[in-house]
Design a protein around this ligand. Sequence first.
Ligand code: GCO
Ligand code: MN
Ligand code: MN
Length: 388
Amino acid sequence: MCAFVPKKSDRFTFGLWTVGNIGRDPFGTAVRETISPVTIVKKLSELGAWGVNLHDNDLVPIDASAAERDAIVSEFKKALHDYDMVVPMATTNLFFDPAFKDGAFTSSDPKVRAYAIQKTMRSMDLGAELGAKTYVFWGGREGTETDASKDPRDGIKRYRECLNFLAEYDLAQGYNFKFALEPKPNEPRGDIYLPTVGAALGFITTLDKPEKFGVNPEYAHETMSGLNFVHAVAQAIDAGKLFHIDLNGQKPGRYDQDYRFGAEDLKANFFLVKLLEESGYKGSLHFDAHAYRTEDEAGVWEFAKGCMRTYLILKEKAQKFAADEEIQAILKEVHSDEQSYSSVISQYSEANASKLNKTEFDRNAMGKRGYNYEKLDQLTTELLLGVR
Ligand code: GCO
Ligand code: MN
Ligand code: MN
């Protein structure tokens, strides 16, 4: 039995900004020293991670000269090479600088929108140079505190224009990034445009190059609003749009906690891992989370180990679920009648419609049926609690 030790082939990644989080919050200052990108690459590699992701300014300060940039990037590339680490995903910091206080692509100021495009083009150049294949757009500042400020239709239109521009830039440079939109309902803006996975999937169909775009759902973001993250991810998979995923821990109805993966709602995380594994998702398993503010650097590495270990444990639990005779017998019974109607209802035809019209349904019997989900869920709970 595996000892839940992560390997490169598990495709685990962390952001420089995640293990590098220094514990600042709106009420308090940093509680940990900054860890350099090179140290992060080394440590994560030792712990068994596959790669590291970054915003442009996680690596290159916003005011760096071209020469400084090149020196930083070449030192970082050497570390990636030395420690056998990859950069599968890159993104742009379009939220930290005060210039972005009213949004980047959706700012009311067209100069800001133009600057946001310029900054993103340069950041895409950096991502491509580091070998990234996925480019994430998290619109943290794309929203409002007051809708008196702009018509939300203009917000969406400006968002679209910028993304269309950048999709063409990508093609013109031959980068061929997969663009992944990351929805979030609020924080840091009062309300953020494209608040859910469903909203992002709908928006993608309005873009000039919808095939270039998918989503980067985050556990914390749907969970903050009390939504079912597993269903959101399933919808993205169904649409062929799960380009990336941000895993972490979150209680519903709170600020964006970004806890260690599995720290909250183990059962929801179990169904998530089960879905990812059974769907054949082959992208990065990215932890967009950070250590509790109570931790020193040792706690940060415990946090990183914990994210990966819990994923692997839940993956084994998913295999046990699939092999559990009692659980599978209930599922078989529940779905036993699947074939008898699917040929009639899976597709409209005149013949099928007339067959349905002539069928006599025993509605009362349907209403009396017990589905046995109580037992199924209890068995699942016991499996997760380790007594099966
Ligand atoms: C958040 C977001 C970010 C993004 C990151 C990369 O709520 O802060 O999840 O961490 O994922 O900017 O796109
Ligand atoms: Mn988040
Ligand atoms: Mn995220």
